[in-house]
Design a binder for this molecule. Structure first.
Ligand code: FES
Length: 113
C-alpha cells in the first residue's frame, strides 16, 4: 500500500475478549465483553461506524494480559488498559472521534503477558 492509499477504516479498535478456564488471568474476567459491546453501540449511535470511519472488533489474546483488560487502536498502535464503562466512553469521544489519545488509560509499556 502506498503512502497515499486511503485506509478503509480511519481507526480500528480491537478488544481482547480472551477467556481462560485454567484459572490464569484473562481479559474476559475483567468485563471485556461488556466494554466491547458498549463501545460498539456507542460508535454506532454516534454515527462513527463504517468505511472511512471507525470499526470495533473483538480479538483473542493480545499477549499483554498483565495490563488487562486490553484494547488497542490502529493505525496509531495505542494500547489501553480500561477499567469501566466511563473509560470506554472517554476512549470513544476523545480518541476514536477526535483523534486525541487518552493518556491516563495507556497500558504501561512494561506490561506484557
Ligand atoms: S487475555 Fe487479554 S491480552 Fe491476554
Amino acid at each position: 500500500m502506498s503512502e497515499t492509499t486511503p485506509q478503509y477504516y480511519q481507526r480500528h479498535i480491537f478488544f481482547c475478549l480472551n477467556e481462560r478456564t485454567n484459572g490464569e488471568n484473562c481479559c474476559a474476567q475483567h468485563g471485556a465483553q461488556q466494554a466491547f459491546e458498549h463501545c460498539k453501540a456507542l460508535v454506532k449511535q454516534q454515527g462513527l461506524a463504517g468505511a472511512g470511519k471507525v470499526r470495533v472488533n473483538k480479538s483473542g489474546c493480545l499477549d499483554r494480559c498483565a495490563g488487562g483488560p486490553i484494547a488497542v487502536v490502529y493505525p496509531e498502535g495505542i494500547w489501553y488498559s480500561y477499567v469501566d464503562i466511563a473509560d470506554i466512553e472517554e476512549i470513544v469521544e476523545s480518541h476514536l472521534k477526535n483523534g486525541v489519545v487518552v493518556e491516563r488509560l495507556l497500558t504501561p509499556p512494561e506490561l506484557g503477558r
